[in-house]
Design a protein. Structure first.
Length: 150
């Protein structure tokens, strides 16, 4: 099952502060709810466990991730995981641009491919759960970047 998400946000921080945060995988990991066991392999590769509990299904996805592209304005993260009789592949693309007055615009897109037991929950359930997780991550990322810019 393929699910796509995307959006835009403005962060009250200069582009170089946003860029530094996006390159720092431990900072990104600390912004993900229901995660544990983050391990930084090197500057671009990491692993993390993502815990899921929805509609009577609960368990952990063991995920490996990498920053596959990183420039001053464009990032791509690739994540692959398995658990609970399921697999997940996510490609997250992030574009950043200055917005004047020390602010930065972020445009992001996430393409997910979910197979196995979890995909049987159906797109409406998975979309709702994903939206909740994404909203939480965005709020934490925005807050952490803006605090670091002060």
């Amino acid at each position: 099952m393929k699910i796509n998400f995307g959006g835009n946000l403005q962060i009250k921080a200069p582009q170089d502060t946003v860029l530094k945060f996006l390159k720092d995988t431990p900072s990104i990991a600390a912004s993900i709810p229901d995660s544990s066991n983050f391990k930084k392999i090197d500057d671009k590769n990491f692993s993390i466990d993502l815990n899921l509990s929805v509609a009577g299904i609960s368990g952990t996805f063991a995920v490996v991730g990498a920053i596959t592209q990183a420039t001053s304005k464009h990032f791509v993260y690739a994540l692959n995981g398995s658990g609970i009789g399921s697999t997940i592949k996510i490609v997250l693309t992030i574009d950043i641009s200055p917005n004047g007055a020390g602010s930065t615009n972020i445009s992001w897109n996430s393409d997910s491919d979910i197979s196995g037991l979890v995909s049987g929950l159906g797109e409406p359930v998975l979309r709702k759960l994903s939206n909740e997780k994404i909203d939480s991550i965005i709020k934490k990322v925005k807050s952490r970047i803006e605090k670091s810019a002060k």
